[in-house]
Design a protein around this ligand. Structure first.
Ligand SMILES: Cc1ncc(COP(=O)(O)O)c(C=O)c1O
Length: 498
């Protein structure tokens, strides 16, 4: 009797299981997969939406209900909802997107991202993904050697990690990871006025405080002034502060200027300071032997960051962090407090979680490795040269047109310029005109550019970096820029007459 009841119970459980909501079945997956690939093919071919969506804050949220659906919807319906979402994205993947840093994934990279999603790896311990751990070491070793950097331990993160450099630098000054900063002197760090805001945020994250990041003045080419750096360090020492780290930038975000690393390295050596190089945007240009000079002196850095997602057509979230002495990070972060990690390590293997504060999820090296395999080093060099060629072409047009002026050197693939029509002398009026011009371009939706402010002047930035950006795109942008300027000037003249 008891056996009979149990059988009945088991039967009921089995029928419940078959009524459970199911994931896509193989044939549905195949069909949806074809639709998704068709969508991606069209999108990567040419983005049909305005690059900057015509939408106001809150408008997208209002298209969705306040509560989630109680019953699931079909994959078909989901796909229709996705169209609404996609339409309202900013379309970085278009070759006509030339704002901020132009970046977009390669088509082959998109396919490998699907494979990455399907493998669903995490690099907590070597054993949780031997392939993701080791392919990362192999690929970052290739890149380090291509850049001419000395032996350094590399790891991929989703963002550039100045905070890791700060943790390591602090660890080199004592057992700070164990005891914290209480009782320690006031540490201060140095970066140019043009260095990225991420440096300040990192100061906050590690508890040093943004006030203790000294901003060093730059020369007329926006490069850190080494003598100003030396003066700032001396001043801090006299005031009882302890200089800890200098952050040199290779390729600043506004104008892509290149700090003089050899002189900065001399200063770091003299005062015993940690040298971190932020080459987030520009570093990988040095894969090209012609451009190796941009990393002069970087072999002396204690740590170094560069972002493949800015130059090597991988998706957002690929940042390499190299460090000469990874044991400092290990000493700060290695923890086997969690019982489930107690016996996880494998003799002779690297457990990446030991070198960082968060579990390193994902298999980012897969697309990075694939990019190098697929294009080859020569292919990558050609593509990087093309980015520079297109930027220099645009630069030439600016130089030849007397209504425009270049506002910074163009060492790489970002052109900084502004419109300055004859007879317009008022700085505010010039700034306002440039902002209106940028808005007009972005509102039209065919091209996208961005701006920056340097020395109180509003500049426009055309950033070439997307793998799909062609000469036709750059010419198209230039034509549109000029015709919108004509329209703006007609309005300005009319308002002066009125
Ligand atoms: C020079 C520089 N450093 C750091 C960053 C921040 O990079 P991430 O997005 O990897 O944190 C940027 C971003 O544009 C940058 O240009």
């Amino acid at each position: 009797m008891r056996v009979f009841t149990r059988l009945k119970e088991q039967e009921a459980m089995i029928s419940n299981v078959t009524q459970l909501p199911q994931d896509l079945q193989t044939n549905e997956f195949q069909l949806m997969g074809e639709r998704v690939i068709a969508w991606i093919t069209r999108y990567l071919g040419d983005v049909e939406y305005p690059l900057l969506p015509h939408i106001q804050p809150g408008e997208l949220a209002a298209m969705f209900p306040n509560t989630p659906p109680q019953q699931g919807v079909s994959a078909e319906h989901l796909f229709e909802l996705f169209e609404t979402i996609a339409k309202n994205c900013t379309h970085w993947s278009s070759g006509r997107f030339m704002g901020y840093f132009g970046l977009g994934p390669s088509a082959i990279g998109v396919l490998f991202q699907a494979l990455e999603a399907c493998l669903n790896q995490t690099r907590m311990l070597w054993a949780t993904s031997p392939a993701a751990t080791e392919l990362e070491q192999v690929t970052l070793g290739w890149i380090r050697d291509l850049l001419g950097l000395p032996p350094m331990f590399g790891m991929l993160h989703t963002n550039s990690r100045v905070d890791l450099a700060l943790v390591a630098a602090l660890e080199s000054r004592g057992d700070i990871s164990k005891n914290g900063l209480t009782g320690m002197p006031r540490f201060c760090c140095y970066a140019s006025t043009e260095a990225h805001g991420a440096n300040e945020k990192a100061m906050v994250s590690v508890g040093l405080g943004k006030k203790n990041l000294r901003r060093i003045t730059v020369d007329e080419d926006y490069q850190m002034d080494p003598s100003a750096l030396r003066r700032a360090i001396e001043k801090d020492i006299k005031a009882g502060c302890v200089p800890l780290m200098v952050i040199a930038t290779i390729g600043t975000t506004s104008t892509t200027s290149i700090d003089p690393v050899p002189q900065i390295a001399d200063i770091c050596e003299h005062y015993g300071l940690w040298l971190h190089v932020d080459a987030a945007y520009a570093g990988l240009f040095a894969i090209d032997p012609e451009m190796r000079w941009i990393l002069n002196g970087c072999e002396r850095a204690d740590s170094f960051t560069t972002n493949p997602h800015k130059t090597l057509f991988t998706r957002f979230g690929h940042s390499i962090f190299y460090i000469k002495n990874p044991e400092l990070l290990k000493s700060a972060f290695r923890s086997r407090q969690s019982a489930y990690l107690m016996h996880g390590s494998t003799e002779g293997a690297v457990d990446l979680y030991d070198y960082t504060d968060k579990i390193p999820h994902g298999f980012p090296a897969l697309t990075l490795w694939m990019t190098i395999e697929y294009f080859g080093v020569e292919g990558i060099i050609e593509r990087l040269r093309e980015q520079r060629r297109l930027a220099h072409l645009f630069e030439t047009w600016i130089e030849e047109d007397t209504q425009f002026e270049l506002m910074a050197p163009t060492p790489l693939s970002v052109v900084c310029f502004r419109v300055r029509p004859h007879g317009m002398e008022n700085g505010r009026e010039i700034n306002a005109l440039n902002m209106r011009l940028m808005k007009a371009i972005n509102d039209q939706g065919r091209y996208f550019i961005s701006d920056t402010v340097v020395g109180g002047k509003c500049l426009l930035r055309v950033a070439i970096g997307n793998i799909k950006t062609s000469e036709e795109d750059v010419r198209g942008l230039w034509e549109q820029l000029k015709s919108l300027l004509d329209a703006e000037m007609a309005t300005v003249l009319a308002s002066h007459r009125a």
